[in-house]
Write a protein that binds this ligand. Structure first.
Ligand SMILES: Nc1ncnc2c1ncn2[C@@H]1O[C@H](COP(=O)(O)OP(=O)(O)OP(=O)(O)O)[C@@H](O)[C@H]1O
Length: 357
């Protein structure tokens, strides 16, 4: 497929996402790219995404390797373009939090996406506001399947503040763990921050993992939410994975069935940077400059990521040690908000993914 790369839409730990224009159809797409030697996760993501087809999952449009103009070989995943940013962006643009009617609408759509992928035996494993994008008609769609996997596989992946207890303990991860993360995402939409953010979790993801995994606590329920919303969250935050409600059950919870869908206000308050056509020069002009700047940033990021990976590789071991010395009352942890990015590393045969400041 012939296409031209456009503006950078977002950068993750493993890939950069740009807009792209498909030459044949003139369709605007999103392309997630990484250098071929670092594209293991992206290739896995492409494989999973290509097997999915739902209005609540970002659409797959193809994948390919490409030699860029600077000679670098990249792996590219082409996807449907979501012009209104992520749910995290939406909350930020709305003064840090979304109104309950919007939370209801987005939560329904997230759960419809999860109901679909769970029925296919796939767990997303990194549900959070920044991995749910707002598509053309204002509907929320699950994106970033870089951590997704077939239910039953051994790997443990995700973002500490959104991890279910069984995941934080490194035991197992499945559709139930996605449901815990939905609860965390509702908190993020309602407050602008993930759970466990009252003190210094930014500095110490290990303390978040320990607290989630071993303290017996559940995230604090935002006091601004209605009783129905709080009851819904309690069903997501059952510490025993088996007791947690499924996506289908939650879609029938009074929090979600008692209110009609509201119309999203598109173009006001949400992020939109799409070109209107191939000839929209304001949109395409700055791309070359931006890529040069991004390459410089890439070099800095790479060395920072290496430090992060080294740190993360120690986490499971440290958690194990803390469990032995901490007991149930354990050390008291100071936690704070989590503006973290996801990093992934292989440790003693286990694939770990976490998010660090
Ligand atoms: N289909 C899309 N349409 C529009 N923007 C997108 C799309 N997919 C991703 N983005 C933007 O790019 C950002 C990074 O994408 P994504 O989360 O898939 O990358 P990642 O490398 O896996 O990130 P992370 O390290 O957080 O897991 C998103 O937060 C979003 O802003």
């Amino acid at each position: 497929m012939e296409w031209t790369r456009g503006r950078i839409l977002g950068r993750g730990s493993t890939a950069t996402v740009c807009s792209a224009m498909c030459h044949n159809s003139n369709e605007i797409l999103a392309v997630k790219s990484s250098e071929i030697h670092r594209s293991e996760f992206l290739q896995r993501e492409a494989k999973i995404l290509s097997s999915l087809n739902s209005p609540y999952v970002i659409g797959y449009r193809g994948s390919e390797t490409k030699i860029e103009s600077n000679g670098v070989v990249t792996y590219n995943l082409l996807m449907e373009y979501a012009p209104y940013g992520t749910l995290t962006d939406a909350a930020k643009k709305n003064g840090g939090r979304l109104e309950e009617a919007m939370i209801v609408k987005y939560t329904r759509e997230i759960l419809r996406g999860l109901e679909y992928i769970h029925s296919k035996g796939i767990a997303h494993c990194d549900v959070k506001g920044s991995n749910v994008v707002v598509a053309e008609k204002g509907e929320a769609k699950l994106a970033d399947f870089g951590c997704a996997k077939r239910v039953g596989s051994e790997a443990v992946t995700g973002t500490p503040a959104f991890m279910a207890p069984e995941v934080a303990r490194g035991e197992k991860q499945g559709s139930e763990s996605d449901i815990w993360a939905v609860g965390c995402t509702v908190i993020e939409m309602a407050t602008g921050s993930p759970p466990w953010t009252e003190a210094s979790s930014r500095e110490d993801p290990v303390s978040v993992l320990y607290r989630v995994g071993y303290s017996g606590e559940t995230p604090e329920l935002p006091c601004l939410l209605t009783e129905e919303a709080k009851d819904f969250l309690k069903m997501c935050f059952k510490r025993e994975a088996k007791e947690r409600w499924t996506a289908t059950q939650l879609l029938n919870h009074p929090f979600l069935i008692s209110k009609p869908d509201i119309e999203p206000v598109l173009g006001s308050g949400l992020v939109s940077s799409s070109p209107t056509s191939v000839t929209d020069q304001t949109f395409w002009r700055s791309v070359e400059d931006e890529i040069v700047e991004e390459e410089a940033v890439d070099l800095q990021d790479e060395s920072r990521n290496l430090d992060r990976l080294n740190l993360l590789a120690c986490y499971l071991e440290r958690i194990g040690r803390l469990r032995c010395v901490g007991g149930l009352d354990g050390p008291r942890w100071d936690m704070e908000g989590g503006d973290w990015i996801t990093v992934r590393v292989s440790c003693e045969g286990t694939m770990i993914s976490g998010s660090l400041t």
